[in-house]
Design a protein around this ligand. Structure first.
Ligand SMILES: [Zn+2]
Length: 434
């Protein structure tokens, strides 16, 4: 019997009970993008301890999960969302660009919702994400100190930030500081970790953006913000004397891989090259951008030049929390934008939704691929599902055929969160977490 190397010197009674996924097809997203047939995956605690031939890694006392008809892949990584606002779904379809108030995004009537509503909405969103195979989110809204406990209760991995801005009055750093104090900024130390989340270039002054850069450096935190999401935003920062979004970011010291910019759909050619030269990370949210701006970024121009991940954004501008859909849309619209059907191949697209997204968030050493030593954030797709057959090319099926209904099981940190298409917990209890 083959055991994980770490177990090899232990007597049988000293080997802790493990979870073993047996006889799986494994979509590794490793450096060779290997797809492995008939493999066992041994999970000790929260970590993938070993991957070996099918039927070789389980020992008496282990818990096994039969994956004979399962395709194991890394959990999907959503690099930009506002999960607490899931209750806005359906409130803003087919609107003109002017519908969105300058200096912020809101929907009519949202003031009627209370923090309790948002906590319930967030719990449901986490349930939906898990059921859709999303194991990590980068989430940001105001009041995150009151919301992050809900995400923590769901068992998801998350990088969270409390939105700050000073366009409407003095900035309040309280929620940001509380989130950093409670969860820290190290994803190795906590499944929930914190970043700094200025809202956007038009809702934050140059002084506030520079202060965000200083605080991020002091804490060792990443900075998450919206960049060049609308023409009105770019016009606003030009009135402040900047030539565009890139100049504004550089002026504030917000460049490089620790700065994570969502959208970036109003950048000119020089700014695209500048973003890549700076290595600033980008969250590409194709559905959101297409729905409210009828616009997208030239994805193929960024790949391999700067970190890029995919995001769903919020339900008011997307409605869906489906990263399979986002991956497929990014590929198809990206091909159109490049006027080239050969770009954005299936391997690249799968990476964008998994390992590359993890790299954007600075957690690619932890998650994003199925390899020994990585945390067991895994999705098992149901190979008995009609949309997964035939399996000529597993990666192709995942990118172009799979959907949330294909998701059978979901694990985060080795804990089973979805089993046989159903959440293992009642998500309503998460809304009570403090
Ligand atoms: Zn957003």
């Amino acid at each position: 019997m083959t055991l994980a190397p770490a177990d090899a010197c232990l007597a049988p009674e000293e080997i802790a009970m493990a979870l073993v996924l047996t006889h799986a097809t494994v979509l590794t997203v490793d450096p060779q993008d290997r797809v492995l047939d008939d493999r066992d995956i041994r999970i000790d605690g929260r970590t993938i301890a070993a991957i070996g031939p099918g039927g070789t890694l389980a020992i008496p006392g282990d818990i096994t999960l039969d994956c004979t008809r399962g395709l194991v892949m890394p959990g999907l990584v959503n690099t930009h969302t506002h999960a607490a606002t899931a209750l806005f779904r359906g409130l803003a379809d087919d609107k003109p660009r002017e519908f969105w108030p300058e200096g912020g995004y809101s929907v009519p009537g949202q003031e009627r919702f209370t923090m309790a509503d948002y906590r319930g909405s967030l719990a449901a969103a986490c349930a939906e994400f898990l059921g859709n195979g999303v194991t990590t989110i980068a989430d940001r809204v105001a009041g995150m100190d009151q919301l992050a406990p809900v995400i923590a209760a769901s068992g998801m991995r998350a990088v969270v930030g409390s939105t700050i801005a000073d366009a409407g009055g003095p900035v309040d750093w309280g929620a940001t500081e509380r989130v950093i104090e409670r969860y820290g900024v190290d994803p190795m130390a906590s499944r929930i970790s914190a970043g700094i989340a200025p809202h956007a270039l038009d809702t934050c002054s140059d002084a506030l953006l520079a202060e965000c850069a200083r605080r991020a450096e002091r804490h060792g935190a990443k900075v998450f913000l919206h960049v060049a999401q609308s023409a009105a935003e770019v016009a606003s920062i030009r009135r402040r004397g900047h030539s565009g979004a890139l100049a504004c970011l550089r002026c504030a010291g917000l460049t490089g891989p620790d700065v994570i910019a969502a959208h970036c759909i109003y950048l000119d050619e020089d700014e695209i090259d500048g973003f890549c030269a700076d290595g600033t990370a980008i969250c590409h949210c194709p559905a959101s951008n297409l729905k409210i701006e009828a616009r997208t970024l030239p994805l193929a121009r960024y790949l391999g030049r700067t970190p890029v991940g995919l995001g769903t954004d919020w339900t008011a501008s997307n409605n869906s929390m489906d990263m399979f859909w986002e991956m497929r849309l990014a590929a198809l619209v990206g091909k159109m934008k490049a006027d080239d059907p050969t770009v954005l191949d299936t391997r690249q697209m799968l990476r964008l939704a998994t390992l590359d997204g993890a790299k954007v968030l600075g957690i690619d050493h932890l998650v994003g691929s199925v390899e020994p030593g990585k945390r067991a954030d895994l999705v098992v797709l149901d190979l008995a599902a009609l949309e997964m057959a035939p399996l000529h090319d597993a990666i192709s099926n995942v990118v172009y055929s799979a959907s949330p209904r294909s998701v059978r099981d979901v694990l985060v940190d080795g804990e089973i969160r979805v089993r046989d298409h159903r959440l293992v917990q009642d998500h309503r209890s998460w809304a009570e977490a403090s």
